[in-house]
Design a protein around this ligand. Sequence first.
Ligand SMILES: O=C(O)c1ccccc1N[C@@H]1O[C@H](COP(=O)(O)O)[C@@H](O)[C@H]1O
Length: 222
Amino acid sequence: MTPLVKICGLSTPESLDAAIAAGADMVGFVFFARSPRHIDFATARALGRRARGRATIVALTVDADDALLSDVVEALDPDMLQFHGKESPERVAAIGALYGRRTLKAVGVAAPDDLAAAGAYDGAADFLLIDAKPPKGAALPGGNGLPFDWRLARDFAPRRPWLLSGGLAPDNVAAAIRATGARGVDVSSGVESAPGVKDETRIAAFVAAARTGLARTPLGAK
Ligand SMILES: O=C(O)c1ccccc1N[C@@H]1O[C@H](COP(=O)(O)O)[C@@H](O)[C@H]1O
């Protein structure tokens, strides 16, 4: 089964087009002011229109309140909402139902217990995202370009399909998929030349390399 590929943190028409041309299944946009990948609503509106029908459009937020979520949905009109904070399973499910969008819940992993905690979202979210836990004091809860020990995720087998992220790059993504059996992968820093600046050559190389990994688990239906 071909792994799903999500390219996250896109902020320009050029990088968006490069991700889609490379064959990305999902394109992610960040709404988190501290991130170098944060976009404003006018940019979101333009990029959402440009991406519509060409890839799954994903809006990433971090513990967003209802007002921000409404503005994001109105501007970007995403297919999927990614939650990268401490949102509870109940809130993830409620927001997905309220807006009628698929949901992707990120869980940071550094130890076996963290994966057990991820199980709480199995069913509440449509997809799970297993990311590296940010280092203590990190400014961002994700997008830090740091991997975790993939052996921790080797036997992770939730009912929902799950994506792997954290420090993935063109030169390690195929091995990461093989090591974990993740249904897909998500990347931000590993396809950049500087924080927030996407590199079209690295995007193409990442998607091509991910396609050589073989996902073991089937994509569950909503
Ligand atoms: O990309 C960001 O700036 C970001 C900000 C806040 C939360 C999550 C963020 N990105 C997500 O983090 C992971 C891993 O990124 P990386 O490849 O290690 O840089 C990925 O899922 C992004 O969607």
